[in-house]
Design a protein around this ligand. Structure first.
Ligand SMILES: Cc1ncc(C[n+]2csc(CCOP(=O)(O)OP(=O)(O)O)c2C)c(N)n1
Ligand SMILES: [Mg+2]
Length: 277
């Protein structure tokens, strides 16, 4: 577990350095989800960094809230999908690491374009049904922002997944209470999203997404609950900007780059554990 916490610290360093280097990008949600990504890619998922697009006979993850690409790219590089040096090209012209992930860049680890919110759960459900048709027992994971749940397509997908008994899917919601222009309560009040998923027929569990022990234990528990006729949703409480004190719980860090001084302050709070890119 200590090893995973170390990796997450390096992922957080990568995030703030990438966004600073590009002078644009989304640090807030990325920092909040660093523990989840680390647990998923370094412990929970059975996956192959040599990368096969069809993800046959392995677990597969879809990032639906594509704006948090910095945490996704860092995790992919750190787990062996591509050289960590390429993180320095984030959001640069002709880079494979565009602000929002896209498949035509052929970056290993990226299987869908995302950034236009609301679409990833539909894709994840399609992939989960495909696994069933192929008698592939591996699981499908997806991540969504809470603000992303404002999109109507999400609720159609939630309904569809129950009707079609998509029980090899574990969808997680980053319940940070923040989105682009303010708190989710102020922009469009979501109410109790756990109750909403339950009302649609999903099995739900909740976790503190910034406690590594709890993240690993909850993801493992979710795995054990698959195959029982219902899709699984994890309500993941996180702090936007987690790990950098002046970014925490502040929607203003949804999509803004730190300046030089802010970068230095941030890095002083995030131990370099694996070597910077
Ligand atoms: C279809 C669509 N509508 C609007 C946007 C603009 N947009 C980008 S991020 C965002 C807020 C998302 O909030 P949340 O998912 O909670 O992400 P967080 O701020 O927590 O990282 C919005 C509205 C978009 N990317 N796609
Ligand atoms: Mg949010």
């Amino acid at each position: 577990m200590a090893e995973l916490t170390k990796i997450a610290s390096q992922v957080r360093r990568d995030i703030v350095r990438m966004v600073h280097g590009a002078a644009s990008g989304h640090p807030g949600g990325s920092l909040g989800c660093a523990d989840y990504f680390t647990a998923l890619y370094f412990k929970v998922m059975k996956h192959d960094p040599s990368f096969h697009m069809d993800a046959r006979d392995e677990d597969v993850f879809f990032l639906s809230n594509g704006h948090i690409s910095p945490v996704f790219y860092s995790t992919l590089a750190r787990s062996g999908y591509f050289d960590i040096k390429e993180l320095a090209t984030f959001r640069k012209i002709n880079s494979r690491l565009q602000g929002h992930p896209a498949t035509h860049e052929h970056l290993p680890g990226v299987r869908i374009a995302s950034g236009s919110l609301g679409q990833g759960m539909s894709v994840a459900i399609g992939a989960a049904l495909t696994k069933k048709l192929n008698s592939d027992k591996h699981l499908v994971y997806s991540l969504h922002g809470d603000g992303e749940l404002d999109e109507g397509q999400i609720w159609e997908a939630i309904m569809f997944a129950v009707h079609h008994k998509v029980d090899n899917l574990i969808s997680t919601v980053d319940w940070n209470g923040q989105q682009i222009d303010g708190t989710t309560e102020k922009v469009m009040n979501l109410g109790n999203i756990r109750q909403k998923f339950e009302a649609f027929g999903w099995t739900t569990i909740e976790m503190n997404g910034n406690n590594m022990d709890e993240v690993v234990a909850t993801l493992e528990k979710a795995k054990s609950m698959t195959g029982q006729g219902k899709p699984i949703a994890i309500m993941m409480h996180t702090v936007m900007g987690k790990g950098v004190d002046f970014m925490e719980n502040d929607h203003n860090w949804h999509g803004v780059a730190p300046n030089d001084e802010q970068l230095a302050k941030a890095l002083a709070q995030l131990p370099e554990t694996l070597g910077d890119y």
